[in-house]
Design a protein around this ligand. Structure first.
Ligand code: FPP
Length: 237
């Protein structure tokens, strides 16, 4: 495949373009989301194969509630259906599921399905698959501050111990390495409130390809491009 050993430890993907993929083909938008789930399967397998440690996917943002109720329903149904069908294989492949986001306000069936998937895979040791569902980066940071303030008030945390590392321990991504590479499909070049704190030194790759068309080959090409970039973290090389 032409890759070297420098595989990004943590990749974040903004899977955009499902709706346009479907509309272009004269299909309804939900068909695009369905095709998007199909593509997800392949990308997860490929990530495990390449030795990526953590893959974080932007599935449903706090802003996505603004979409028509039917479309929100379709997305939630797809999540439930996906885990019903795939949880065994995911777990057999060692995948560890986690959810980044506020699960409390999800419909019961969705929340229970996710909780079950987290439980079943919790002892696994392979790819950490993090689904951002009902996720917003600023809300995540605000929530971290709230928790820290509470612990400071109750003398569980010393204010002098609050540093960058401490803050990261209060985020949904606690324990995961920083994001090395963000890929956004679908042509837009923005972060849309995705993992704001964690992407401080990430490389960004934007592609016009709609998510359902984002092939394994293009994924490998993106990682090759990552490997060509010169990461200095503000220093000199
Ligand atoms: C963006 O496309 C995509 C989403 C808002 C949803 C992403 C979700 C999936 C791929 C399904 C995930 C499901 C599971 C099982 C984890 P868009 O609708 O914004 O596309 P558009 O910009 O072309 O309208």
């Amino acid at each position: 495949m032409g890759l070297n050993d420098n595989i990004p430890k943590h990749i974040g993907i903004i899977m955009d373009g499902n709706g346009r993929w479907a509309t272009k083909r004269g299909m309804i938008r939900s068909m695009g989301h369905r095709a998007g789930v199909e593509r997800l399967r392949g990308i997860i397998k490929m990530s495990s194969k390449l030795g990526v440690k953590a893959l974080s996917l932007y599935v449903f943002s706090t802003e996505n509630w603004k979409r028509p109720k039917e479309e929100v329903g379709v997305l939630f149904n797809l999540i439930v259906e996906y885990f019903k069908k795939e949880i065994r294989e995911l777990s057999d492949n060692g995948v560890v599921i986690s959810v980044l986001g506020d699960m409390d306000s999800l419909p019961d069936l969705v929340r229970e399905t996710l909780e079950e998937a987290i439980k079943i895979t919790s002892q696994n040791t392979g790819l950490k698959l993090n689904l951002s569902i009902n996720y917003g980066g600023r809300a995540e940071i605000a929530n971290a501050f709230k928790q820290m303030a509470n612990e400071i008030e109750n003398n569980k945390l010393n204010i002098n111990d609050v540093d960058e590392k401490t803050i990261s321990q209060y985020l949904y991504t606690k324990g995961l390495p920083d994001v090395d590479l963000v890929i956004r499909t679908g042509g837009e070049q923005r972060l849309s409130n995705f993992l704001l704190y964690q992407v401080a030194y990430a490389e960004f790759i934007f592609t016009d390809t709609y998510w359902p068309d984002f092939s394994d080959e293009e994924y490998v090409e993106a990682i090759k491009e990552f490997q060509r970039r010169n990461r200095r973290y503000g220093g000199l090389k």
